[in-house]
Design a protein around this ligand. Structure first.
Ligand code: SF4
Ligand code: FE
Length: 479
């Protein structure tokens, strides 16, 4: 069983995934300098579980075994569990300043728990029982799971079966006595090079004819036939350098995403949790999306706290902290942060029990939370850039600062408030640059689904007819 950060790293070393970085095979992800920051971030979910002051948020009693487990492997049993999830996420973000990846599998497990229960009820299948066995294994070993939803999707105007290449959606190519054979890919898979299992799910609502694409299953990431190709992030190669230019060298820029390819991967039946039930694929997608959208005011709220702190420091170091418009912009950043956090708490507080007994956040409010993230994080970053100034984008290299010939010029001409070394000012500007640009913003836009997918939920759940009815009553319109 994995307990410590060291246990976790040892487990990753042993499993030997088929990972590629920059076109080259990675023999050991735990010693690769580009991957270590992402592993460090995920490792925080193990480290904080052992810290007495955060234990209450990071651990919980399993409703299946009565044993103490990581909250990241837990099925929510109450509204309190839903709220504690959000508190936990904000707390971990304060330590990493980046995504720590483990929530995706956490949400996938919760989505499958309630959905498999409901499939069985209607179809007489035994997916729920199978899934519970898988869950007990994950809980007892304290493993990290990737939630695998997004397929590459090819031509978006075509359904899975209409694509010229059928593998652009992950699908079952063969049903055998000993299991099913999977082919295809999952894209943008957060934390996958440092996880143990992937829980694949259908990427969208499936229609008649799409049966092979309505598949959910758990697969060890070192299964034969799996290849992981790690994605680039903004300025990620600065993590390979010495000095201060990386900004946040110890942890990732964002999550650490990979394209995962499945070339005829055999999955035994006891790890298959949906196979052809097209009428439940939409429900599974909705459950997962809601559970993941619930999170963002927690994790991004925590990341924004650091951005606000760094922005305030940049202002102090530059001598602008007392200007009223700077103070007001910092207040605005706090307002935007607490707004997204309030959304996460609200959808959790308004959560309810599913048929399986697992608790589920309010879907409309969870979608609203994520929708605000697609805007507020950009605005928070915009204000950070406004306050920090153009210097954030034009700083010289760390090597210039340390150069025996020109270091003196950098120190002299980038000095600001007396008593603050130029290097200190540069450090905070680099941290801000790292946390407010490129992939960080795109992740806020598209992580847990793009804004349009949240707007669809307003159309479905927003109850416009009821609003129209109320307006008519007050206006005295009869029909
Ligand atoms: Fe968790 Fe946030 Fe990362 Fe998603 S973006 S995996 S919710 S930390
Ligand atoms: Fe994300």
């Amino acid at each position: 069983m994995i307990k410590t950060k060291e246990d976790y790293i040892e487990s990753l070393k042993k499993q030997k995934l088929n990972v590629y970085y920059k076109g080259k095979h990675v023999d050991d992800v735990t010693t690769h300098p580009a991957l270590i920051p992402h592993i460090n971030a995920a490792a925080k979910t193990y480290e904080l579980a052992l810290r007495p002051e955060s234990e209450d948020l990071l651990t919980v009693t399993s409703h299946l075994t009565g044993k103490k487990i990581s909250r990241f492997t837990h099925i929510h049993q109450s509204v309190e569990d839903l709220i504690k999830k959000v508190l936990m996420l904000r707390l971990i973000s304060h330590e990493t300043g980046s995504c720590y990846q483990r929530c995706v599998g956490f949400d996938a497990m919760n989505a499958l728990y309630s959905t498999t229960y409901e499939i069985d009820e209607v179809k007489g299948t035994s997916y729920f029982k199978r899934f519970v066995e898988f869950l007990k294994y994950i809980q007892s070993e304290n493993l990290m799971v990737v939630g695998g939803m997004t397929d590459p999707k090819g031509d978006r105007s075509k359904r899975p079966g209409e694509q010229s290449d059928p593998d652009l959606f992950t699908h079952v190519v063969e049903k055998r006595e000993d299991g099913i054979v999977i082919r295809g890919a999952k894209a943008h898979m957060t934390g996958s090079i440092n996880s143990h299992q992937i829980l694949i799910m259908p990427t969208q609502n499936m229609a008649k004819g799409d049966e092979a694409y309505a598949v959910a299953a758990a697969i060890p990431l070192n299964a034969p036939g799996i290849t992981l190709i790690f994605g680039r992030q903004s300025n990620e190669e600065r993590k390979l350098e010495d000095g201060i230019d990386a900004g946040n060298k110890e942890f990732g820029v964002v999550g650490g995403e990979a394209l995962i390819i499945f070339e005829d991967v055999l999955v035994p039946w006891d790890r298959v949790f949906m196979c052809g039930e097209i009428d439940f694929s939409g429900l599974m997608v909705e459950r997962f999306a809601t559970l993941h959208r619930q999170n963002y005011g927690g994790c991004k709220g925590g990341v924004s706290d650091i951005i606000i702190g760094a922005t305030a420091l940049a202002a102090q170091y530059q001598g602008t902290a007392n200007a009223s418009h700077i103070k007001d912009k910092l207040v605005e950043m706090m307002h935007l942060t607490e707004t997204v956090y309030a959304g996460s708490i609200a959808c959790s507080a308004m959560g309810s029990k599913t048929k399986s007994g697992a608790y589920y956040p309010d879907p409309l409010l969870a979608n609203c939370t994520k929708h605000n993230i697609t805007r507020n994080i950009y605005e928070i970053s915009r204000l950070a850039h406004d306050i920090a100034g153009g210097i954030m984008a034009t700083l010289p290299f760390d090597q210039d600062l340390r150069s025996p010939e020109i270091g003196k010029h950098v120190k002299k001409y980038l000095a600001s408030v007396e008593g603050v070394p130029t290097e200190t000012r540069m450090k905070i500007l680099r941290l801000l640059e790292n946390m407010t640009g490129g992939t960080c913003l795109v992740e806020s836009m598209h992580g847990a689904g793009p804004p349009q997918s949240q707007r669809i939920m307003y159309q479905r759940l927003g109850n416009l007819p009821q609003k129209i009815k109320m307006a008519k009553v007050l206006a005295g319109i009869d029909n």
